[in-house]
Design a protein around this ligand. Structure first.
Ligand code: NDP
Length: 250
């Protein structure tokens, strides 16, 4: 049980990578709170709580909260921190894409992606750090993307949000390291989730052929690395970016 007696907050836990991280952390003994934003995901959230609570002897709670809104993020963190015994692990996983070529990229598409993918990370880290400072321990894991490392045509907004997350995380690691609070980034490559299932089949095949491991990754393969960074196995790792991409980014 690598995460016994720890409380984790995972943003965007209803689907994809976030859902896999919630399940992996629960299996390792953590109490887990996760967020989601759409009203239509309420049933998914409830079912996941019921399934994991029945499977493991841990507390799992779901909160509907939009991390891009300062007040909602603050309220989410306060409820988790006060009602679930602090926050030892924060995973900023929630993210969206609004792809377009630069000439067609609207201000709304830029703002939506930057607010959901980067501003939310500032909100969640700022508010959670109050609890971590009091506890004198914490692990923050921000889910970036290899697109933030290498860029991608049609994703300037998304790449900027994920690249910004890396500079932000390195700064937080330096600022909070003396208090035993670590901050790292995981940069997934192509992972089989609803986000990538939206791609045309021909594009998925073309992308797979370009990956040294010749396939998309799974949410659980990202969750395994999140578990490493959340646990004491990585006690001397901070300010780093770890790619989980089947060798695509080199
Ligand atoms: P999904 O689209 O499958 O799931 C996104 C999750 O985030 C959902 O739970 C969604 O909630 C939640 N969410 C979105 N916006 C908000 C918000 N403002 N506040 C709270 N929750 C929110 O995404 P993936 O699992 O594919 O991606 C997860 C992360 O990994 C993202 O940051 C993405 O950029 C990154 N990533 C993904 C890759 C991939 O190939 N899939 C590759 C590289 C990086 P709801 O159910 O309510 O919509």
């Amino acid at each position: 049980m690598l995460l016994a007696h720890k409380t984790a907050l995972v943003t965007g836990g209803t689907r994809g990578i976030g859902r896999a991280i919630v399940a992996r952390f629960a299996a390792e003994g953590a109490s887990v709170a996760f967020s989601y934003v759409s009203e239509s995901s309420a049933d998914l959230a409830r079912d996941l709580c019921a399934q994991l609570t029945a499977q493991y002897d841990v507390t799992i709670r779901a909160f509907r909260a939009d991390g891009s809104r300062y007040d909602e993020a603050e309220n989410l963190v306060r409820r988790v921190g006060d009602e679930m015994g602090g926050i030892h692990i924060l995973v900023n996983n929630a993210g969206i894409t609004r792809d377009n070529l630069l000439l067609r990229l609207s201000e709304a598409q830029w703002d939506e992606v930057l607010d959901n993918n980067l501003k939310s990370v500032f909100h969640l880290c700022k508010h959670s750090s109050r609890y971590m400072l009091k506890q004198r321990q914490g692990s923050i894991i921000n889910i970036g993307s290899i697109i933030g490392l290498r860029g991608n045509a049609g994703q300037a907004n998304y790449a900027a949000s994920k690249a910004g997350m890396i500079g932000f995380s390195k700064s937080v690691a330096q600022e909070l390291g003396s208090r035993n609070i670590r901050c790292n980034v995981i940069s997934p490559g192509f992972i089989d989730t609803e986000m990538t299932q939206a791609l045309p089949e021909a594009t998925r095949t073309e992308y797979s052929n370009g990956i040294p491991l010749k396939r998309f990754g799974t949410g659980d393969e990202v969750a395994q690395v999140a578990l490493f960074l959340a646990s004491d196995l990585s006690a001397y790792v901070t300010g780093q970016t770890i790619s989980v991409c089947g060798g695509l980014y080199r």
